[in-house]
Ligand binder design. Structure first.
Ligand SMILES: [Zn+2]
Length: 494
């Protein structure tokens, strides 16, 4: 530390010699998360949904080449929309169209081109770290193979698609350290093909995917039984990490971690954020991967080892999804615009926008490990991450009872914390950081005296100099925000 401070002072002392000209005005401070959320427009969301419905059907097996009807026309419109948004921000978006020719009976019986439209907003300082918002553009009616009937798909998933485009419109006016990817997926109803294609694409690009926020059915607030709820959104997350399989299960049995996958911590993060934003929208955390026995595109991200959650309405309306347009015994069926709640869709989209901004501004969560078996103290150790180690960045160590749902206790630590030495004096030992190494090669260690490792779950988040905090990564098997890789084999005993 001392050496680092000396270097900083030396630079300051040299500054007057070289700074002859007036320095350019500093850039304006980044918009607050609340201000970003406020930029989301109900009017433009409605416009996107109505435009999408106007393609008649967006069934994955519908026309690819018709000028105004079918999946092809809808995808071309999406690409044009991203193009328009990109031109407005000085071409800040790169548009990619990852695709596959899929033959997967029974739902894709013949070779079919399935493609996504993806707009990439490159991060300024940490571009390989990626946060992704997704929605699926394809629609369906009662018979999942009916590719010709009108399938408006206003809510499923015109709502999620509209949220993706609106997020691009709002966030492209701002800059973020990490990359934000806005992805409109196809082929969901025929077997989560768009999700798989995008997860493969992310791997091919070598992206470090920190989070996928998958929005599927986010635009209604009343169910067919008259139950209404416009003040909650459900966030679905897996508890035990699926990717890593039996190997993680064995470690979790020994150390714990059934409730501490990165996706579960992402869910906690969204719940906290919603509370802070004051949108009149709370997160109802649903601690299962998806709705009972059902699925969505985020599952393909989880299969690839990428943290992912699904956002969906508090109350589903089964009369107005996956239904032929018809009236039966006085009941109107079909996924139409008039059944939607656009003020509610605005709130859910605003939460997404704030979450993407928060994640992209904050550093990557660290990858802590914990020790303390047969000891009166617990020691948590992690390597430094870019954006939290140098400057005024820092870390927050958190812990909770093993049966507590949310993090309960915390302590801030790191070179950027003003009372760094105070913490040291309070009995917490900070590891010697090596100022010569890159930020991520720094090693931190904190000892919590009189805290027994058996009785608590621990995690660490990273905080940027501007105060943006990452989700917590649990110090448990599979807790890291990257695909699980097996630990190196233990060295052979001598
Ligand atoms: Zn859907």
């Amino acid at each position: 530390m001392k050496r680092l401070l000396l270097v900083g002072l030396a630079l300051l002392a040299a500054a007057p010699v070289t700074a002859q000209r007036r320095a350019p005005a500093p850039p304006p401070p980044p918009a607050t998360l609340t201000a970003l959320a406020d930029e989301v427009s109900e009017y433009s969301l409605r416009g996107y949904v109505e435009r999408l419905v106007g393609f008649g059907t967006r069934h994955t097996l519908s026309a690819q080449d018709h000028p105004t009807r079918g999946i092809g026309a809808a995808m071309r419109w999406t690409e044009e929309e991203f193009g328009r948004i990109s031109r407005a921000c000085g071409n800040c978006l790169t548009i990619a169209k990852p695709e596959e020719i899929v033959t997967r009976p029974p739902r894709v019986p013949n070779p079919t081109r399935i493609w996504n439209v993806v707009a990439i907003q490159r991060g300024t300082t940490d571009p390989n770290r990626v946060v992704i918002i997704t929605g699926h553009i394809d629609s369906r009616v009662t018979d999942v193979m009916n590719a010709t009937a009108d399938a408006p798909g206003a809510n499923d998933d015109g709502s999620g698609t509209a949220a993706v485009i609106e997020a691009a419109r709002v966030l492209s006016r701002h800059r973020f350290p990490a990359t934000i990817v806005y992805a409109v997926l196809s082929g969901e109803e025929q077997g989560l093909h768009g999700g798989r294609i995008l997860a493969n694409y992310a791997r091919e690009q070598g992206w470090q995917v920190e989070a996928n926020l998958n929005n599927d059915i986010i635009g209604n607030s009343c169910g067919s039984d008259g139950v209404c709820d416009s003040s909650n959104v459900r966030v679905f997350s897996e508890g035990l990490r699926w990717q890593g399989g039996v190997e993680i299960r064995g470690q979790v049995r020994s150390q714990g971690g059934e409730n501490d996958s990165p996706s579960r911590n992402l869910s906690r993060y969204l719940a906290d954020l919603a509370g802070d934003l004051g949108l009149g929208l709370d997160v109802r955390q649903i601690w299962r991967n998806d709705r009972f026995g059902r699925g969505g595109d985020h599952t393909e991200f989880l299969n690839a080892g990428f943290p992912a959650v699904r956002l969906s309405v508090a109350v589903e309306d089964y009369d107005h999804q996956h239904q032929d347009l018809r009236t039966e015994n006085g009941t109107v069926y079909g996924d139409t615009v008039d059944e939607m709640d656009f003020p509610y869709l605005r709130k859910v989209t605003a939460l997404n926008v704030a979450a993407l901004a928060a994640l992209a501004r904050a550093p990557m969560p660290p990858e802590p490990t914990v020790e303390g078996a047969v000891s009166t103290d617990t020691t948590i150790t992690w390597r430094g991450v870019v954006g939290a180690t140098l400057g005024n960045g820092h870390y927050v160590v958190r812990w909770r009872r093993t049966n507590a749902p949310q993090w309960e206790h915390s302590i801030r630590t790191g070179p950027g914390v003003p009372n760094f030495r105070g913490i040291h004096a309070a009995g917490v030992v900070i590891g010697e950081a090596d100022p010569r190494a890159e930020a991520e090669r720094w090693s931190f260690s904190i000892r919590l005296p009189h805290v027994r490792v058996d009785d608590w779950t621990f995690g660490v988040s990273s905080v940027a100099a501007d105060g943006s905090e990452s989700p917590v990564a649990s110090a448990l098997p599979g807790g890291a925000f990257r695909p699980y890789t097996p630990p190196p084999p233990a060295p052979a005993r001598q």
